[in-house]
Design a binder for this molecule. Structure first.
Ligand code: ATR
Length: 290
């Protein structure tokens, strides 16, 4: 929209820090492309102001909200309803405001699965090894438990991975195993899997050289997906590409979790390529700055 009016719908993301969020650029590009009379803004909300911020959403009639660190779990206390996936995961990243009723969703797992499928990976017949049982890891594990052929979960704190695997196994009546991340278990569990997903923060800027998986453990038949998107190509993905494995970078999950939020708010398909291009343009501009 060229001009905003009294009818313009407002969407936002809240978090702290928030200034580097790519969500405004992604969603505003989508709104503009579809000629929707709407705007998406970012608010820095401190922990102790979260309840006021949610009240503000009701008061101002903000139509939809994304939620990021550190509010994803705490916000559950202030919403009217939590969808069953977000409840299981224990984290909300999307809020829909329907006539004052606030419902919380989690689109991280759906986004990850969509990223896989859109990149040619059909999960049903595949064995997955997921690294990480934090917020993002739990969300991805939930969708994989539902859709994948087989799932193994490793986490630095092994008890989290085991608890998650047990809960998913009970829920989906499928064999799902969890354990503590160590080089020896990783090597053993990685041997016959088709897809490896890093859902930990390892490799994120400024620790670009870090990886949980040594290059010599990687094989050309593997697909390797990383949820870290800064840098776009993490050390793990670089190593995977260099051995001939298929790689899916963190921008894909970012775009598809965003598109899933868009679809919850607008009930119409999101313009994926427009959203991806807006993010890439912003990142290229950031990278070219000294
Ligand atoms: P997010 O919401 O982005 O998933 P999180 O809930 O804080 O963030 O989860 C971070 C994940 O990265 C966790 O799986 C964490 O492992 P622990 O549960 O053991 O803390 C993992 N992680 C972070 N730093 C790590 C490191 N140096 N080695 C291995 N795993 C790490």
């Amino acid at each position: 929209m060229e001009f905003f009016s009294g009818k313009t719908k407002v969407f936002c993301v809240i978090g702290d820090p928030i200034e580097h969020s790519l969500s405004p650029v992604m969603h505003n590009a989508a709104f503009k492309h579809l000629k929707l009379d709407a705007i998406y803004v970012a608010f820095n909300v401190k922990k102790e102001m979260l309840e006021d911020a949610v009240r503000g959403m009701r008061g101002f009639g903000i139509c939809g909200m994304n939620v990021t660190m550190p509010h994803k779990t705490a916000i559950i206390n202030y919403l009217d309803e939590i969808d069953s996936v977000a409840k299981f995961v224990g984290a909300v990243n999307t809020v829909l405001n329907t006539n004052g009723k606030l419902v919380g969703f989690n689109t991280d797992g759906i986004g990850a699965l969509k990223a896989l499928k859109e990149n040619g990976v059909e999960p049903r017949s595949k064995k997955f090894l997921l690294l990480g049982a934090g917020g993002a890891g739990r969300a991805i594990a939930f969708q994989l438990a539902k859709e994948a052929g087989e799932l193994r979960i490793l986490n630095r704190d092994g008890s989290k991975a085991k608890l998650l695997a047990d809960a998913l196994q009970r829920k989906f009546n499928k064999k799902i195993v969890g354990g503590r991340l160590s080089p020896s278990v990783l090597k053993k569990w990685l041997k016959d899997v088709n897809v490896l997903i890093n859902a930990t923060s390892v490799g994120m800027h400024p620790y670009n050289s870090q990886t949980l998986v040594e290059r010599n453990m990687l094989r050309p038949e593997l697909t390797v997906m990383d949820i870290v998107y800064n840098p776009i190509e993490t050390r793990l993905l670089k190593d995977a590409r260099s051995v001939g494995a298929k790689v899916i970078n963190g921008i894909e999950m970012l775009v598809f979790q965003g598109s899933a939020s868009f679809e919850i708010w607008w009930n119409q398909p999101a313009p994926i390529s427009v959203m991806r291009e807006a993010i890439m343009k912003k990142l290229r501009r950031r990278e070219s700055k000294p």
